[in-house]
Design a binder for this molecule. Structure first.
Ligand code: GDP
Length: 205
């Protein structure tokens, strides 16, 4: 499950511009500021691969594109535009739907969406909406809780009430099978090995 090599392949404006090969891929999705750039950096441990930005506005602009990173020449991590940025004009929010939804519905090599959920805040409607939309469309997903070092109680290894509440709210929609979930922190390194192992298991499935 080791990452030895990461190549930035391309930024695509439209789903149909994405790489045409059929290597398996994992799409990273979440609200702007959820910690997506940090998580990608933390996974690949290469500071210059996905740049972390301190300003949410900049992050949002930067991630308008679908970015493909090729790992070990065999599978992709895909960085998708963040959604629900508070200060984004409505047009930018609208863009997300046509742009990213098209990607989910048509990308055959998509193994799983890694839906990033900020564990340091209570469940957000937009995240629940997103999970429900993916579920309704039968798109496989994994919940990746970010910023778990900020959880209340202990060293962030036990799910706190934000996570439990999220699980509870989502349970309704996933009666059949609750998606797998992993707790991470790009500050402490929590969940890195688990996430890499999870992705390698899904690829070989
Ligand atoms: P993005 O907009 O989703 O790409 O989010 P960023 O990776 O740019 O992170 C947004 C903010 O959250 C930054 O200020 C990060 O330093 C902070 N952040 C990201 N991951 C973590 C984490 O695991 N723990 C803590 N405490 N802060 C984090």
């Amino acid at each position: 499950a080791k990452i030895k090599e990461v190549d930035f392949v391309k930024s695509s404006n439209r789903p149909k511009d994405c790489p045409k090969d059929d290597r398996p891929e994992f799409a990273m999705l979440g609200r702007s500021n959820v910690g997506k750039s940090s998580l990608i950096n933390f996974l690949v441990r290469k500071k210059d691969v996905a740049l972390t930005s301190k300003k949410p506005g900049l992050t949002f602009m930067k991630t308008q594109l679908i970015n493909h990173f090729l790992v070990n020449k065999s599978w992709y991590i895909v960085d998708l535009p963040g959604y629900g940025f508070a200060n984004a004009p409505d047009s930018a929010r609208m863009d997300w739907s046509s742009f990213t939804k098209g990607y989910f519905l048509n990308r055959e090599s998509l193994v799983s969406v890694l839906l990033l959920i900020d564990a340091s805040v209570p469940p957000q409607k937009i995240d629940l909406d997103c999970a429900n939309w993916l579920g309704r469309n039968n798109i496989p997903m994994t919940f990746v809780f970010t910023k778990c070092d900020k959880m209340k109680g202990g060293k962030g290894r036990r799910p706190d009430e934000n996570i439990r509440n999220f699980q509870e709210l989502i349970a309704e929609s996933f009666r059949q099978q609750h998606p797998p979930w992993i707790m991470t922190s790009s500050v402490t390194g929590l969940g890195r090995d688990e996430l890499l192992l999870h992705m390698s298991q899904l690829r070989n499935y």
